[in-house]
Design a protein around this ligand. Structure first.
Ligand SMILES: [Zn+2]
Length: 219
């Protein structure tokens, strides 16, 4: 998980978000509960320009696990503050609440979770590296200074689920091995520069960033 700079609000939301929110809240009032409202009113955030903007903002990666989306999974528009919670219905079409997420994180882990005391970190608002540290030895995320929001984030998004940890470990092992081979040939710097060039096309770009920093010191 890493910080991203939020881009400009997509046109569809600039034009319609206010009206859609008003209509949604009226529907909830009329029907008596959110669950009775037609999806037509709840899912108007599913616009092509919103998807495109989120995909670009996250360079095609999941906002939580940083896997590349679109090769074997569809991207999901994620509401960090769950839209189904009464307090957050009003953020259903709020650009600042929308993120780009893989199906696994979205439907199997984060779901409708929200911790009001220690909210999950917001990748477009919080400086993630002040809260979470990647342990390159284990491939696991660790909370910096036992921060409770970091703990919520790891637990509620499954950031340390076994498959992710193993996949991250595989990346570390392979790159360290390649680095050592290049080091022996005297071109470790070129190898790291090339790694930096391709990291945005890989799963876990922030892991690459951490690894490059670590290996630069080793060099
Ligand atoms: Zn994910």
């Amino acid at each position: 998980m890493r910080f991203v700079k939020r881009t400009e609000k997509p046109l569809s939301l600039s034009i319609y978000a206010e009206q859609w929110t008003k209509e949604l809240l009226e529907q909830i009032e009329d029907k008596g509960s959110y669950s009775k409202v037609d999806t037509e009113y709840k899912e108007r955030y599913r616009q092509e320009d919103v998807k495109t903007a989120l995909e670009m903002m996250y360079t095609g990666h999941c906002c939580y696990c940083e896997s590349i989306i679109g090769i074997s999974t569809y991207g999901r528009i994620e509401h960090l503050k769950p839209k189904s919670l009464a307090q957050f219905h009003k953020y259903s079409f709020e650009w600042d609440n929308l993120h780009w997420c893989c199906e696994v994180c979205n439907t199997s882990y984060k779901k409708q979770k929200w911790n009001f005391e220690y909210p999950i970190l917001d990748p477009s608002l919080d400086n993630i590296e002040d809260y979470l540290r990647m342990n390159l030895q284990t491939g696991e995320y660790e909370e910096i200074n036992d921060n409770p929001r970091a703990r919520t984030t790891i637990e509620d998004t499954g950031l340390n689920r076994e498959k992710l940890v193993k996949a991250r470990r595989r990346v570390v092992v392979r790159i360290v091995k390649d680095f050592k081979a290049h080091q022996q040939c005297g071109n470790a710097q070129t190898f790291l520069a090339e790694l930096r060039e391709v990291m945005e096309d890989m799963n876990f770009p922030s892991l690459y960033e951490d690894l490059i920093t670590y290996l630069l010191v080793a060099e």
